[in-house]
Design a binder for this molecule. Structure first.
Ligand SMILES: [Zn+2]
Length: 210
């Protein structure tokens, strides 16, 4: 299945106490220590479900929505396309998506100016997905949508459609992918959540095979 791919591109953010956190979310806390026997090292970690590169499950917007443990993993493993939206201003618009000839079932990763700004500080004017764009992609029945910031929707906006259009129809969203070293094109995506029973989100290790 993977024999034809030569390289692995890691598009995950590193998780440590310096990892950027969306305003209001819990900070990462890590404590490493020696076991009682003194023979091994162990760590306790404390982090939010939407920390770093992570997945949003329907439970994120709906109390009875599907959790990350019940997501269809076929959405998260398979051929994908990275699309270059680095010219997008403020948000990714429906018209820009229409120009990309996206088909039903595609796994789509959006590279924007966010990747070029890097992942060392948070900021409010990140590029987000427009509500009309989310509706368009959900109606196309894509398999997954990934964006290169910690949120898919406009900072502070009460319009939650960038989440709801996807999650209402069980299309998972990936947030916080680092596409700074990835060019537009076709890849093979692997992005699996932890099997956290019934939870709204999970950090993931996301990679692209080329
Ligand atoms: Zn999230």
């Amino acid at each position: 299945m993977f024999n034809n791919y030569q390289t692995i591109i890691d598009i995950s953010l590193a998780l440590n106490e310096q990892t950027i956190i969306y305003p209001g979310n819990s900070p990462v806390k890590i404590e490493s220590f020696k076991s009682a026997s003194g023979l091994t090292y162990l760590s306790n970690i404390s982090l939010g479900t939407h920390t770093g590169t992570h997945i949003d499950a329907p439970r994120h917007i709906n109390e009875v929505g599907v959790g990350v443990d019940k997501l269809d993993l076929t959405n998260l493993i398979g051929p994908c396309r990275v699309l270059d939206f680095t010219k997008s201003i403020e948000s990714i618009k429906k018209e820009e998506l229409e120009a990309s000839n996206i088909q039903k079932g595609e796994r789509i990763l959006a590279k924007t100016q966010n990747s070029l700004r890097g992942f060392t500080t948070t900021y409010d004017d990140y590029i987000y997905l427009s509500a009309e764009g989310a509706k368009y992609l959900a109606e196309l029945q894509i398999s997954v949508f990934a964006i290169d910031y910690l949120s898919i929707k406009k900072r502070g906006s009460s319009d939650n459609r960038p989440h709801t259009e996807f999650l209402n129809v069980e299309i998972p969203i990936i947030e916080g992918v680092d596409l700074s070293k990835v060019e537009e094109g076709e890849y093979y995506l692997m992005a699996l959540p932890l099997k956290l029973t019934g939870l709204d989100g999970s950090p993931i290790r996301a990679v692209l095979l080329k």
